[in-house]
Design a protein around this ligand. Sequence first.
Ligand code: SF4
Length: 276
Amino acid sequence: MFKQPLEFVRLTPMSNCGECGYAACLAFAAAVTKGGENPSKCPYVDLEKLGGEFASSDSGEKGGLDRVDQLLEQKDLALVECLRGKAAALDFQIAAAPLGCFWLGPDRDALSFRCLGRAVVLTHDRVELDGEPAEDPRDQILLYNYVHFGGGSGVQGEWVGMESLPNSISKVRTLKVYCEDRVGAGFSGRVEALHRCIAALDGVVDETMTESCSAAFQIPVLPHLIILLIFWDAEPDDDFPARCKVLFDQDVLDVLDIESLVFAAERTAERLLELI
Ligand code: SF4
């Protein structure tokens, strides 16, 4: 019945809400049509329209996830190659200052900067993090994309939520699920640990916000990409769970595209949780 992801995805609301366990409806549709994922994992799909085409069972789940992981990895690797190709045309000596990076001289012809507390060395065909090759293609996409964008116009200090950025409707939920909710749950009752972990990412306390929350921090994800992370700790007596909100500089889309921005926030959450 449905052989192509684009056919199946029309049965979803295409809201990318993440409830099925996939970050995007299209990824879920690819898992269903190509990998045997159970379509009932999206609570919004009208299963009656599917007839008996897809049985409601979990037997295909593992295969579906593996297959979609493979497809996404292939897509990521292709994007890394594309971005490397664009970086090949850049003069790193000229590009370094607008990006807030250091140029390592003609022998290495590499850019040096920090990303979430790690030392980055980026050449035209390779990225190192703390002296080791960056294994995850998503890290390479983020870093090459940053270089490709050219550094923007610097941080203006006016903070906005993802929802205030253009074309961000489908990303607000992803940011909440993969960054804000994880940090809120992971650091509930652990404000001191949050201070310690953020310091390890080169982050600093934002004193201007601390009266209205438990803690607020500016985190330099990249030289010209700072995120403001605001944390309210749990108040068990009032049945109030810990919460986190991430804000960006109002001109952040001069620095990165919205996909990379969401990934940068997701990576920030992962690094913080690794460090607990
Ligand atoms: S549950 Fe998955 S497929 Fe359904 S709307 Fe949300 S992200 Fe899309």
